[in-house]
Design a protein around this ligand. Structure first.
Ligand SMILES: Cc1cc2nc3c(=O)[nH]c(=O)nc-3n(C[C@H](O)[C@H](O)[C@H](O)COP(=O)(O)O)c2cc1C
Length: 182
């Protein structure tokens, strides 16, 4: 099987963000699999216009083309005020049919809720974009001082990636067989 292209999207662009280490951890973990080819998409590298432009800018086109090339997504999100950060919503809204009929899994983090409120809101957003979201994900409670790469997290990441690659393979074949009906 041709490896599945999985875009790992780091959603926080905050200075001194935790998201960079967490995103690099899951990208490295996913890249150990034979069935995936990881594309690390860090939103800090995109100078998106603050106001939605009339025509896509170079940064918007660069981002949407990476979404278009992906067979599935791992979205790495913190929780900000019971939701996900504006940087992530801005990026999501710049693509549209590039998201369609593809799966997404989540790696979330925050304080005690480990980013679960952010994930639930992202599920609603991705439903609008015809994205299939994975039931299982990885949650990191930043108040828990344990190492990032522990056995519990590796097990959670494996479950999420097993589901994600199952859907990514099935939906890639389905998109090739017949145009999606959005
Ligand atoms: C504006 C803001 C709001 C936050 N709100 C929450 C929250 O509602 N729940 C939570 O668990 N953590 C919350 N946090 C803590 C963040 O999840 C934590 O600081 C995390 O490191 C942010 O991700 P980042 O470092 O990658 O930007 C908030 C942080 C910020 C900056």
């Amino acid at each position: 099987m041709r490896p599945l292209r999985i875009a790992v999207i780091i959603g926080s662009t905050r200075r001194a963000r935790e998201g960079e280490a967490i995103g690099h951890w899951v990208a490295e973990f996913a890249s150990r699999r034979d069935d995936t080819e990881v594309d690390l998409v860090d939103l800090v590298d995109y100078d998106f216009p603050a106001a939605y432009p009339d025509r896509p800018t170079e940064a918007v086109l660069r981002f949407t083309s990476r979404v278009a090339r992906a067979d599935g997504f791992v979205v790495v999100t913190p929780e900000y005020n019971r939701s996900f950060p504006a940087s992530l919503k801005q990026a999501i809204d710049y693509a549209y049919d590039e998201w369609h009929a593809k799966p997404a899994g989540f790696v979330s983090y925050g304080y005690r809720s480990a980013g679960m409120y952010a994930v639930e809101q992202l599920r609603a957003v991705f439903t609008e974009l015809h994205v299939m979201t994975m039931r299982d994900g990885v949650g990191v409670n930043l108040l828990d001082d344990g190492p990032l790469d522990d056995e519990r997290r590796r097990r959670a990441a494996t479950a999420m990636l097993d589901q994600l690659t199952w859907w990514a393979e099935a939906l890639r074949a389905a998109r090739q067989a017949r145009p999606y009906v959005s």
